[in-house]
Structure formats: structure tokens, C-alpha cells
Unconditional design. Structure first.
Length: 183
């Protein structure tokens, strides 16, 4: 290729064709020799860009957790449900950094560790709410909530009804299902 710079292995032949076409368009009505200077500048800019490609290590897709680490993480999150176990503790038990663990857990399960733990906590709340002898305050404390208000807000956000409303609706559904059908 003729021009001010020799061909560079950093650029492909498609790139050279692109440089030629851009410089031809831009050199219309330009003084003579302008096209060669423009080609050289474009080539130098593209070489510089090509030399500063993003590191492919950072472009990798996140890896899922090995099955045994996912199982361990879930067991730890469940066992720590009542004491609000820190994600850092679970990550450390899996021999991973917090950020790598969170990415891998989400890739494996589809949800973040915190969201998974909260979902399990709400499932447990639902089970405990089935026992009318347990007060909502006792359930909130048993599940590690700082107070009943926080528990009620979280429960309502998850199930679309306050614990009291959900309990009464659940109780009435149970009463109706226990009545014999009349034909």
C-alpha cells in the first residue's frame, strides 16, 4: 500500500479499505497531497485504538458457582436467616471475594444472594403465619427483623398484603376449604 506509513500488522485489509474510502470522500476539493496526509492520520489513529483494545479477561462472561459451592452458600444463607448473615461471610466460606461470589451466585440462581435469602425468609414467614398461636411480632423477631414494622413492610412488598390481612385471608380460605361440598 502506498502512503506515508507502511502497512501495519495491527490493521486489517478491511481497515485499509475503510481508510481509503474515508480519505477520498474527505479529500474532495482539498489541495493536492491532502488525501495522503489524511490517510496517514486515520491509520495512526486506528493503530492507536487497536493497540488499546479492552483486556479480554474483563470481557469474559461471569462463571456460575460449582454445585457444591452453591449448595454451601444456600445452606449458610438459610442457617444465618435469623441472624442476618453477611454476604462476606458466605463468600469467605466459598473461598471467593464478595463481588465474585455475588456475580457467580446470581449467574447460577438468577437472583442476588440477598434477594434469594429474603425470598427464603418470606417463605418461612408464610409457614410461621399459618400458626395462629404465633404473634406477628414473635414471627418478625424469630426471622431476625429488627422490628415488626420492618417485617410488615417487607412482607407486604413480597406478598402484596400486610401480615394481618394475609393471615385473615389465609384463615378464611382454610375455613372454606374444610367445609363439605353440598351437591
Amino acid at each position: 500500500m502506498n502512503g506515508l506509513f507502511e502497512e501495519s500488522p495491527a490493521l486489517t485489509s478491511e481497515t485499509y479499505k475503510l481508510i481509503k474510502s474515508i480519505s477520498r470522500v474527505m479529500a474532495v476539493n482539498a489541495p493536492s497531497g491532502y488525501q495522503l496526509v489524511l490517510e496517514a492520520q486515520l491509520r495512526a489513529g486506528l493503530i492507536a485504538l487497536n493497540l488499546h483494545k479492552p483486556n479480554p479477561r474483563f470481557l469474559r462472561k461471569p462463571q456460575s458457582l460449582p454445585h457444591w459451592k452453591e449448595k454451601l452458600a444456600k445452606e449458610l444463607l438459610l442457617s444465618g436467616m435469623c441472624r442476618n448473615i453477611a454476604i462476606e461471610e458466605v463468600a469467605r466460606a466459598c473461598s471467593l471475594s464478595r463481588s465474585h461470589f455475588s456475580r457467580a451466585f446470581k449467574f447460577s440462581t438468577g437472583v442476588s444472594p440477598k434477594d434469594w435469602a429474603n425470598t427464603m425468609r418470606m417463605k418461612r414467614a408464610q409457614e410461621l403465619m399459618g400458626d395462629p398461636s404465633k404473634s406477628i411480632s414473635d414471627i418478625s423477631l424469630e426471622l431476625g427483623f429488627s422490628d415488626q414494622s420492618h417485617f410488615s413492610r417487607t412482607f407486604a412488598r413480597h406478598f402484596g398484603a400486610s401480615p394481618k390481612a394475609w393471615r385473615s385471608k389465609s384463615a378464611s380460605a382454610t375455613d372454606q376449604s374444610s367445609q363439605p361440598l353440598i351437591c
